[in-house]
Design a protein around this ligand. Structure first.
Ligand SMILES: *[C@@H]1O[C@H](CO)[C@@H](O)[C@H](O)[C@H]1NC(C)=O
Ligand SMILES: *[C@@H]1O[C@H](CO)[C@@H](O)[C@H](O)[C@H]1NC(C)=O
Ligand SMILES: *[C@@H]1O[C@H](CO)[C@@H](O)[C@H](O)[C@H]1NC(C)=O
Ligand SMILES: *[C@@H]1O[C@H](CO)[C@@H](O)[C@H](O)[C@H]1NC(C)=O
Ligand SMILES: *[C@@H]1O[C@H](CO)[C@@H](O)[C@H](O)[C@H]1NC(C)=O
Ligand SMILES: *[C@@H]1O[C@H](CO)[C@@H](O)[C@H](O)[C@H]1NC(C)=O
Ligand SMILES: *[C@@H]1O[C@H](CO)[C@@H](O)[C@H](O)[C@H]1NC(C)=O
Length: 389
């Protein structure tokens, strides 16, 4: 699979570039080689590419088998956490590595790690959130590291940050672990989750790109719950409806974005709710209580269980923010991937249908991030076409 697959796909990619060169401008392609191909434009040479781009929803589509994937061999990526390194921990099937997300109205560009590093030179990207942020970040690190295997990489770590610096490009990829975004403070009666207080904001502000995510920890109870009280509006509660608490904390975060983010400096993303697979009835396998038997993605574009409630709360809060925040709307496309969790193939041998194998699904999240970050060329291409024709 590995190398030959990658080479085969390069030919496909090169062929696609030639098609676009014919249709549009050479300058644009030469300067970036990076755009969203629009299927109907490729056929008709239509001038309204820009409009079509804005209509192309990257998140509506389906999974297709493509043997030019995965994008890298996970054994070539150092330091994948034991929770995510499915191949290393003996996962016997490989099919789950060879699915590509195909949007209905355009194609996702293939992730090009070297291009990412060049375009992102001198910049800092930070993931803020729980272990799904770590999952997302580790995939990005593998995509980048395997693209420039001989470059200098520095890793730094302390209680707050985990930083990886691609020295030759001055690119920093940083994880700031934060389960709730809002603060937990130790006071005389115990640990207090303060739904209207965010003190980390000053660290976030210095980044060029921020990718937030919180959800997994909101329903934690018992010994795994890392707080004893909730505080909101100067009142203290022993507990409250967790969805309400989630909404309040997100709203606090949203206010922070509106008051503190400088959109000319910082691009803000929110990683949509990442789904788990413990209830077989959601994917037409009533009786199954985990993803252990799953080797194939779902067909089609819809997941019969619908979106999780938290994703509606998230959408509502995001729609109230005045500054630009881009939702990486990974929920539905990840729901279709009941096959992409580690299940029992991880370093602790527990059944895990919450996180995702690396390589695997999070590589697609990063392809979407790549497309959202650098979709610039599509627009300039559209202008060139209008002038040229
Ligand atoms: C990944 O690399 C390892 C070690 O070189 C090799 O044994 C394995 O077959 C490769 N896997 C794929 C899917 O190419
Ligand atoms: C996210 O994508 C799904 C699937 O395309 C869609 O149903 C949902 O409305 C989208 N959410 C937002 C906020 O766009
Ligand atoms: C952790 O490291 C970062 C730089 O990587 C530094 O700015 C920060 O102050 C450090 N935090 C602690 C608690 O040492
Ligand atoms: C909490 O109390 C402080 C000081 O009494 C007050 O300034 C603040 O407005 C109150 N906050 C809320 C959300 O009621
Ligand atoms: C669910 O399973 C039933 C029985 O096997 C089958 O008839 C039906 O088409 C399946 N539905 C989907 C959406 O796969
Ligand atoms: C999904 O589609 C493939 C190819 O069309 C088909 O062979 C397979 O049976 C379908 N699977 C389900 C669960 O419907
Ligand atoms: C878009 O292109 C302009 C000019 O080349 C550049 O300044 C800007 O940073 C680019 N934006 C993104 C998101 O790539």
């Amino acid at each position: 699979m590995g190398t030959s697959g990658v080479q085969r796909s390069c030919h496909v990619f090169a062929a696609a570039i030639v098609v676009v060169v014919v249709l549009s401008c050479f300058i644009c392609v030469a300067s970036s080689e990076m755009f969203l191909f629009n299927k109907s434009t490729r056929r008709s040479g239509d001038m309204k590419l820009e409009e079509q781009r804005s209509r192309c929803d990257l998140y509506q589509g389906s999974w297709v088998y493509d043997d030019s994937y995965p994008l890298y061999n996970s054994s070539a990526c150092s330091n994948i956490r034991k929770e995510f390194d499915c191949q290393k921990y003996g996962r016997p099937d490989c099919l789950y590595l060879s699915y590509r997300w195909q949007p209905n109205d355009c194609d996702l560009p293939r992730f090009d790690g070297q291009d990412f590093l060049k375009r992102f030179e001198g910049k800092k990207i930070m993931f803020v959130g729980d272990s799904l942020s770590l999952n997302h970040m580790q995939s990005l690190l593998c995509l980048l590291q395997t693209a420039v295997p001989n470059s200098n990489i520095i890793k730094q770590r302390n209680d707050t940050f985990s930083t990886v610096i691609f020295q030759d490009y001055g690119v920093s990829v940083i994880l700031l672990s934060s389960h709730y975004f809002v603060d937990i403070e130790v006071e005389k009666d115990g640990r207090v989750l303060k739904l209207d207080s965010i003190k980390n904001g000053d660290i976030w502000k210095n980044m060029d790109v921020l990718i937030f995510n919180t959800w997994q920890w909101w329903y934690r109870a018992g010994p795994k719950q890392p707080w004893d009280y909730i505080e909101y509006g100067n009142k203290t509660f022993k507990d409250m409806d967790r969805m309400v608490a989630f909404r309040r904390a997100l709203t606090t975060w949203a206010k922070w974005v509106d008051s503190d983010v400088d959109p000319t400096k910082t691009t803000v993303f929110f990683q949509g709710i990442s789904p788990s697979h413990y209830r077989g009835e959601e994917w037409n396998e009533t009786g199954r209580t985990n993803c252990g038997m799953e080797k194939l993605p779902m067909n089609g574009s819809t997941y019969s269980a619908g979106l999780p409630e938290a994703s509606y709360v998230l959408q509502e809060v995001l729609s109230g923010i005045k500054k630009p925040v881009q939702l990486l709307n990974i929920t539905t496309l990840s729901q279709l991937r009941k096959d992409a969790h580690p299940s029992s193939y991880n370093g602790f041998k527990g059944m895990d249908c919450t996180h995702w194998c690396v390589a695997g699904l999070p590589d697609t999240w990063n392809q979407l991030l790549y497309a959202e970050l650098f979709n610039n060329c599509t627009n300039s291409k559209a202008k060139k076409i209008k002038v040229g024709i």
